[in-house]
Write a protein that binds this ligand. Sequence first.
Ligand code: C5P
Length: 280
Amino acid sequence: MTQQLLACPAPAKLNLFLYVTGRRADGYHLLQTAFQLIDRCDTLDVEVRNDGQIIRTNDIPGVPAEADLIVRAARLLQKKTACPLGANLTLHKILPMGGGLGGGSSDAATTLMALNQLWHTGLSKTELMSLGLQLGADVPFFIFGENAFAEGVGEELQAIQTPERWFVVIEPGVQVPTPAIFSAKELTRDSKIVRIADFSSNAEMFWKNDLQTVACAMFPEVDEAVRWLSQFGNAKMTGSGSCVFCAFADESAADKVIAQMPERWTSWKAKALNRHPMDE
Ligand code: C5P
């Protein structure tokens, strides 16, 4: 019986557009967005423990183990299934925190999927998704595992086809606190509702991210990255920021942009994925 899974991928996402269409009584916002998986990933090593303990084995600056979504995800699954087993979790993080790439949510989703397999706890994808929603609004999407049109707070998902393409992503070097962006009084919360039928190849690239105006006003670094990348196409922020991206039809076009990138920014290219790499 397999007792460990090594280098489980936790891919990043980009929000191809993001409309805030309302606010729920509990303060969470109603959204419409398109989630796109990309091939830039954190990786997670998972090893079963027989003593029931959940241990994160490595230090991650700024994320105490007890607050880490991977530890919380493992405990949640353990409790839900009354599983007597535990796990050692080692997270190799390359995705920035507060970057809008869904790194923490994706790490949590990968933890749930890997442990459900290793512990033989047998939860269905739908059950894992609702467990994941307790950890964060983006977690269900990563378990869903396909590019998706999302509504609700991000948990009502419909699979979509997106074109093969490459993205250039800039990390502006600031961590954006998501709650501050959503609670800003300047945020518009009444975007018109779009229909999934209106979503066709490339059209979504011209739809905007409602969180961007607020994030750019709070963080001039984000604004500067949007302005610079806009010379090459329709540059936009992902999620609540701080990362900014632009799409390109082929890899060489993305390479040309990276070659001109100012040194003050970390930047990289990523390929659009069709499916979550854990599902392949
Ligand atoms: O769900 P997650 O932990 O990613 O959300 C972080 C914060 O962002 C929430 O506490 C909430 O303030 C805000 N948020 C929101 N509406 C959403 C998603 C997040 O208001 N749909």
